[in-house]
Design a binder for this molecule. Structure first.
Ligand SMILES: [Zn+2]
Length: 137
């Protein structure tokens, strides 16, 4: 497991690795404008990875069209994310970060439409969809 050695350590290394929009969301907890991302609508299959480190985050099966303008999931792949209390902007929200690289991904809400009641509200710029089904069977 030498992958961690390749992860950026300094702010400059993160800036070099990510686009400016990715940097703003992943490292500065920004939010992309709704309906701006490429994963707003449910994918046909595959698995979403962390764009920064490749950590497997969400199966496309868990995605649903929430109408919010952000990619939404009713569950994350176990162990792939960490949840942190976020009281910024005067709201009590749960921030979701990648468990491997600590990058900000979005927020978790408890008003989801499925049995889990979870609504992982993610930013498309944080995700990379891997459509290769053969690896996920
Ligand atoms: Zn990551």
């Amino acid at each position: 497991m030498t992958d961690d050695n390749k992860m950026p350590k300094s702010d400059k290394e993160w800036r070099d690795k990510l686009t400016s929009q990715q940097y703003e969301v992943l490292r500065e907890k920004g939010t992309e404008p709704p309906f701006s991302g490429k994963y707003v609508h449910k994918a046909e299959g595959g698995v979403y990875k962390c764009v920064a480190c490749g950590n497997l985050l969400f199966n496309a099966d868990a995605q649903f069209d929430s109408g919010t303008g952000w990619p939404s999931f009713d569950q994350a792949i176990p162990g792939s994310t960490k949840q942190i209390k976020d009281n910024s902007y005067g709201m009590n929200r749960i921030e979701v970060v990648c468990s491997k690289c600590g990058s900000h991904l979005g927020h978790l809400f408890d008003d989801g439409p499925t049995n889990t009641k979870h609504r992982y509200c993610m930013n498309s710029v944080c995700l990379s969809l891997d459509n290769d089904q053969s690896k996920n069977m």
